[in-house]
Design a protein around this ligand. Structure first.
Ligand SMILES: Cc1cc2nc3c(=O)[nH]c(=O)nc-3n(C[C@H](O)[C@H](O)[C@H](O)COP(=O)(O)OP(=O)(O)OC[C@H]3O[C@@H](n4cnc5c(N)ncnc54)[C@H](O)[C@@H]3O)c2cc1C
Length: 220
């Protein structure tokens, strides 16, 4: 059986990005464009984040319009395409309209997943898959992320991990199994100058929230 070489082994990086959903992919693309040495790790096995599974009704609510007064790939067209990630190279821009059939002005879940995978592939983003962030602690030089593959040291960590906690409507009788999720898009930056924002403990270790409703949690 072929052994797939994984990028970004545990070690020291300027920045570590956790997550391979839209937040992690765009962050990595922009860090690379800025020349920032960074690692990307993800508990998933493929790019796309929550769009590999959600929304359960299989269609987004944000539009990508095929027809617009502006050419696809221009800055102005972005107003008509809220789902493509952003790139400098023309061949990596406005990918979503290329992947959608014309049934709706909003992509299906599968089309969105394909758009994110195409962005990662065309831009050549590297991601260490199957690597789960388990805890964060500080040391004198910055942050240490403890993961299933080992320890990552960095000055700054970006947690592009989407929905982390279930939200339950304050309605008597509501069942937790039907609870919606909080709005996602929570890329969190924790710099060595400030305490990780998701951590309420002074100098101890922070663990990612364990949540049965987390769309990325294995086995949920
Ligand atoms: C029901 C629903 C419908 C939505 N519809 C739309 C829509 O129509 N249009 C729109 O723009 N947005 C929509 N959103 C919001 C959108 O899904 C999020 O804003 C977006 O997915 C957040 O991107 P993300 O990359 O931060 O996280 P996600 O896409 O959630 O990806 C999280 C990533 O982090 C990884 N991860 C998590 N925990 C760990 C860990 N401990 N260690 C390692 N990796 C980890 C996961 O494996 C995954 O790769 C919707 C959200 C929901 C819940």
């Amino acid at each position: 059986m072929a052994v797939v070489e994984q990028p970004f082994p545990p070690g020291e990086y300027d920045v570590v990005v956790v997550g391979s959903g839209p937040g992690g992919l765009q962050t990595s693309y922009d860090l690379r464009a800025l020349g920032v040495r960074h690692a990307v790790i993800s508990a998933d096995e493929a790019p796309g984040g929550m769009f590999q599974r959600f929304p359960v009704f299989e269609r987004l609510i944000t539009w990508t319009k095929q027809d617009s007064p502006f050419e696809h790939g221009t800055r102005e067209y972005e107003w008509y395409d809220h789902n493509s990630l952003l790139a400098e190279e023309p061949e990596s821009r406005a990918l979503m309209p290329q992947l959608m059939d014309r049934t709706y002005d909003v992509p299906s879940r599968q089309e969105m997943e394909a758009g994110l995978a195409a962005f990662a592939q065309r831009t050549g983003l590297e991601i260490r898959y199957g690597c789960r962030w388990e805890a964060t602690r500080r040391d004198d030089d910055g942050l240490v992320l403890e993961t299933s593959d080992g320890e990552y040291r960095c000055r700054t960590a970006v947690f592009a991990i989407g929905v982390t906690e279930p939200w339950k409507a304050p309605i008597p009788g509501g069942s937790s199994s039907s609870a919606s999720a909080t709005p996602a898009s929570r890329s969190r930056a924790a710099s060595s100058r400030g305490r990780p924002r998701s951590c309420s403990r002074p100098r101890g270790r922070c663990r990612p929230h364990a949540s049965a409703a987390h769309p990325s949690a294995p086995g949920t």
